[in-house]
Design a protein around this ligand. Structure first.
Ligand SMILES: *Cc1c(COP(=O)(O)O)cnc(C)c1O
Ligand code: SF4
Length: 454
């Protein structure tokens, strides 16, 4: 488990009228009942939240509680669903098991044992692909790095493996409750730089987490700044995946090292790099506060670009109007819509998952209602074993209805951009449930994929 400070001081409060030092508070499962807005909820909902929080990670900060959630709209509010444990996130059987232990007054240890058994049933290590794509240098696997597609290296800095607030659907949930060891977390800056210097076909470095923006600027600088040296001329793009624009926009506005962070971005841009903040946004409601807008403006002023990405999840954003409004807002604020993802089968996926067909319909209807500037977003995509696969559409021939698919990224470069077809299936939620169309036995890539050494 991470030890997190309960209070974080905001050095320079955003509001000029607020002369007092401002503290932000984090709440975890144990403090659920200390949240004033929660205390007002009906007892049965509160109890259900306690039950779920015993199994799945929960952490929320005061900014989210006070600014992003419309408490008059709880329990339906999308940001409430995004950040607070929801009763139906556990199956009835799992729920009853924990609930009865709590009611019986069982001790912590008994509850924890049951919780761990339930967690093990929730596919805590989805796809396992992270283990499979760890690069090797000097005959040694490089922890905290992943190199799956030729041009992009993913880096998971050790100190960036937590988030300001946890998303209820997060596929990295197991890491936050300590049952998935931080096998990615990298500590060695040196390894990263030596690896990149030795791989001239890599153009992109993607810092990811958790949320790398929880790190101090001084640490981020150690990873990023050296990339201005001549031996990293081939590294054109530096992407940073983050949800901080939603959960902690003060990171760019009033944190003690906010200005230093912006200067770092500016320095990289001036040095000839493309700096892209890959902002995780699920709903337009995340972009409405003055401080969120100010953070966006300040980042853009550095010359960095903000691109947005989000999974499509039931209860939070399974409505085309939510996406259309989100993309319209983003374009207006200078953010480029980039990816819509299909959520992975882990954790509370039974609660959040949508059939591929439905995800595509939502994407399509949303796209119809925005201008071309927002149509930069790739259709619902699955990050699966063979690659990143986009659902491009649903088509019908004389006697068959099919999904039109294509690789956005492939384990083999030759696969990229090639359209292929799967039998239409209104229920399927993941690539592994799809079957080839037109009587084919296998998808075009399958023979080769099986032969790949990984
Ligand atoms: C999506 C993804 C990338 C980046 O792909 P782009 O098409 O360049 O956005 C890189 N590595 C992994 C493992 C990915 O899933
Ligand atoms: S911000 Fe990303 S890594 Fe963090 S909890 Fe949300 S989905 Fe998971």
């Amino acid at each position: 488990m991470y030890s997190v400070p309960l209070f974080k001081q905001i050095a320079r409060p955003y509001s000029a009228s607020n002369r007092q030092p401002l503290y932000v508070r984090f709440f975890t499962a144990r403090q659920l009942d200390q949240i004033p807005q929660i205390i007002k909820l009906p007892q049965d909902i509160r109890f259900a939240m306690q039950v779920v929080a015993r199994v799945l990670p929960f952490r929320v900060n005061q900014y989210v509680i006070e600014n992003l959630i419309d408490w008059d709209n709880v329990p339906n509010d999308p940001i409430f669903k995004l950040t607070f444990p929801q009763p139906d996130m556990l199956t009835q059987e799992h729920f009853d098991r924990i609930a009865s232990l709590i009611c019986k007054g069982s001790d912590d240890k008994q509850i924890r044992t049951a919780a761990n058994e339930i967690r093990a049933e929730l596919n805590p290590h989805p796809a396992g692909q992270q283990i499979l794509n760890v690069p090797v240098m000097d005959d040694r696997p490089l922890k905290g790095m992943q190199h799956k597609y030729r041009e992009t290296v993913l880096f998971f800095p050790r100190r960036g493996q937590t988030c300001h607030t946890y998303c209820t659907f997060c596929f990295r949930w197991a890491q936050f409750i300590g049952i998935d060891e931080l096998r990615f977390s990298a500590s060695k800056t040196d390894d990263l730089h030596r690896y990149l210097a030795g791989h001239k076909d890599v153009t992109d470095l993607l810092l990811t987490g958790g949320d790398p923006m929880v790190m101090k600027t001084s640490l981020l600088k150690k990873y990023i700044k050296p990339l201005l040296l001549p031996e990293f001329e081939h590294i054109q793009n530096i992407r940073i995946g983050t949800k901080s624009l939603t959960y902690w926009p003060y990171r760019y506005v009033s944190d003690s090292d906010a200005d230093e962070l912006l200067r770092l971005m500016e320095c990289m841009v001036k040095g000839g790099k493309h700096v892209a903040v890959m902002a995780h946004y699920n709903h337009w409601q995340e972009m409405e506060t003055p401080v969120a807008r100010k953070a966006i403006r300040r980042i853009r002023d550095t010359g960095a670009v903000i691109r947005s990405q989000s999974p499509i999840v039931k209860h939070i954003n399974d409505d085309p109007e939510i996406w259309a409004r989100m993309w319209r807002t983003q374009v207006r604020l200078g953010i480029i819509p980039y990816y819509m993802f299909i959520a992975r089968n882990t954790g509370a996926c039974h609660y959040f998952e949508l059939p591929i067909a439905q995800a595509y319909e939502i994407y399509h209807n949303a796209i119809l209602n925005v201008s071309g500037l927002a149509r930069t977003v790739r259709g619902p995509s699955m990050s699966a074993f063979p690659g990143k696969i986009e659902v491009q559409g649903i088509a019908e021939t004389d006697n068959e209805k099919v999904f039109v698919l294509r690789f956005i990224q492939g384990r083999n470069l030759d696969w990229v951009q090639r359209p292929f077809f799967a039998r239409f299936d209104p229920e399927a939620t993941w690539l592994t449930q799809l079957r080839p169309a037109f009587g084919a036995e296998k998808f075009f890539y399958e023979d080769e994929f099986e032969g790949l050494d990984y």
